[in-house]
Design a protein around this ligand. Structure first.
Ligand code: HEM
Length: 497
């Protein structure tokens, strides 16, 4: 057995060396040069993830990187080479310059297929392009301007906040609110998790995502991981979605056409049904946008309130901007939101420290390269290699920031003011990714989050943290969220002027 294993390893190394000799470019520093040390890195990664210390582990990988290539390392697990990088130029190459050379790839597709099928999230090439074309109309500016759904669900959420000064886990409320708003937006019906916190849909959705992250992390050995509850969870999600798909498909084309002219009735589901009558195509895209749109905004809002509870003066400043622009009660318009620059900066600052998708992966679809350091050769990537990049690690990398000054606080600190005088260099701030596959919901998300923040700022004059602020940690699943929730107290403004 050990003989076969050693032979496999030697052959695999020779094949890789041979393939590399046929392409331009050098190798990044090799971590775990043999199967035993590679497995050590692999399992350490899984362990650090379970301990919510993935960022620390990620940074530690670069400790032994060669100075000629300080921000990329190579590791091979079960015959598959992965290049782990923290370099903005590499992220740019993967997402934009060499976009067609890198994609989600076959392994990602098969690992995610039970959950997200052949949706925008799991496919490459023409299939992905078709999904993007199908979905794009729902994110046009004139659609985003209509904020009825966000208004309705933010009002319901605020009605669930206990009386002034009482403790509430605002993160839990954000997760329920975004689930209700997103299902309403997608299907025209909400799961109403704000009313039913213990509903089986939200439980199943959370479980399936956790398991999906584990399956992605342990992809090489995923066949050995039990998946019974994961499959049952997916069935629960489908059972909720399916009746709406059937009802939409039962509409005659004239009815569907008529609904498509109505701003209020027309949903994402109708939009897809206009182009596809295949229930699986519709199911897959709905599931993908539900995943993409729900936790990302909930987590970002949670982190924003977490940080603001430590910086009461920022809360006051935001509130005074909101009262000046929108007033204490009026419903904010799209234009109000776009004019509230300090609020936008607060959200940017939140996403700089806590980008919603902290770790990401691409597969090399054809031999390619990642740019070398100035004066150094490029790094060769082979078809089938994985490129692992972390927006979180990159955006927390001190060396990418200007020196601390009067106008630029320590980059480790939450400081929306830094954005008054500073614009990040291209590819050094990419919470929504970049290139052709940039988040299609970016403008929608920014509008939704700002709307929610404005409603809170209108009503509450003070915010207070009610846990151990310093003990908070980032739980990095598919989306990175505050591991301890966000226990806070909000104080209603006494005088509304
Ligand atoms: C704070 C909020 C959000 C952040 C930070 C965010 C971030 C991202 C990122 C990083 C990706 C790239 C994922 C990848 O390709 O690996 C992505 C893709 C995507 N996002 Fe968002 N997102 C947010 C909100 C939303 C919302 C609200 C929607 C829709 C309602 C949405 C829809 C999508 C879709 C459909 C994709 C796939 C795009 C493609 O592959 O072409 N996102 N998002």
């Amino acid at each position: 057995m050990s003989c076969a294993f050693a032979s496999f390893w030697i052959i695999e190394r020779l094949v890789t060396d041979y393939r590399l000799s046929k392409v331009d470019g050098v190798r990044a520093s090799i971590l775990g040069g043999n199967p035993i040390t590679s497995f050590f890195f692999f399992f350490k990664g899984a362990y650090m993830h379970s301990q919510n210390r993935l960022l620390e582990y990620y940074f530690s990988m670069f400790d032994s990187a060669d100075p000629s290539c300080p921000s990329a390392v190579e590791i091979t697990i079960m015959g598959r080479r992965s290049i782990v990088t923290i370099d903005p130029e590499h992220i740019k190459a993967v997402l934009a310059t060499n976009f067609t050379h890198f994609g989600k790839g076959e392994r990602f597709h098969s690992t995610w297929e039970p959950f997200l099928g052949d949706s925008i999230f799991t496919t490459d090439g023409q299939l992905w392009q078709q999904s993007r074309t199908l979905i794009r109309p729902m994110f046009l500016k004139q659609k985003i301007r209509d904020m009825d759904i966000v208004e309705r669900w933010s009002d319901v959420m605020i009605s669930k906040i206990p009386a002034s000064g009482q403790t509430v886990d605002i993160s839990d409320l954000f997760y329920r609110m975004t689930l209700d708003a997103t299902t309403d937006y997608l299907l025209g019906h909400s799961v109403e998790s704000l009313e039913n916190p213990k509903g089986e849909f939200s439980k199943a959705f959370t479980y399936v995502q956790r398991k999906q992250m584990l399956l992605t992390l342990l992809a090489p050995v995923r066949s050995f991981i039990p998946k019974g509850e994961y499959k049952r969870g997916i069935k629960v999600l489908e059972a909720f979605i399916q009746p709406f798909i059937e009802a939409t498909l039962a509409l005659v084309p004239e009815e569907l056409e008529k609904i498509s002219k109505s701003d209020k009735e027309f949903t994402f589901l109708h939009q897809i049904a206009l182009f596809s009558r295949d229930p699986k195509v519709i199911r897959d895209q709905i599931m993908a946008v539900l995943l993409a749109g729900r936790d990302t905004t909930a987590a970002t809002l949670s982190w924003a309130l977490y940080e603001l509870s430590n910086y009461p003066e920022t809360w006051y400043k935001l509130r005074s901007h909101v009262l000046q622009k929108v007033g204490p009660d009026a419903v904010p318009t799209y234009e109000d939101i776009k004019d509230l620059t300090y609020l936008t900066h607060t959200l940017y600052e939140t996403m700089r420290l806590y980008p919603a998708v902290p770790f990401n992966i691409r597969t090399c679809l054809e031999n390619s390269t990642l740019p070398g350091q100035p004066g150094q050769p490029d790094i060769a990537t082979l078809k089938g290699d994985h490129i692992i990049y972390s927006t979180l690690a990159m955006q927390r990398h001190k060396e990418l920031y200007p020196p601390v000054s009067e106008t630029f606080a320590d980059p480790a600190i939450f400081s929306p003011e830094r954005w008054d005088h500073w614009t990040p260099k291209p590819w050094q701030f990419v919470p929504f990714n970049g290139g052709p596959r940039i988040c299609i919901g970016q403008n929608f998300a920014m509008t939704e989050m700002a709307f929610m923040m404005i409603r809170l700022l209108q009503k509450y004059e003070r915010i207070e943290y009610r846990g151990d602020w310093a003990a908070q940690y980032l739980k990095a699943d598919i989306v990175g969220c505050p591991g301890q929730g966000v226990p806070i107290a909000l104080y209603e403004a006494e005088k509304r002027y």
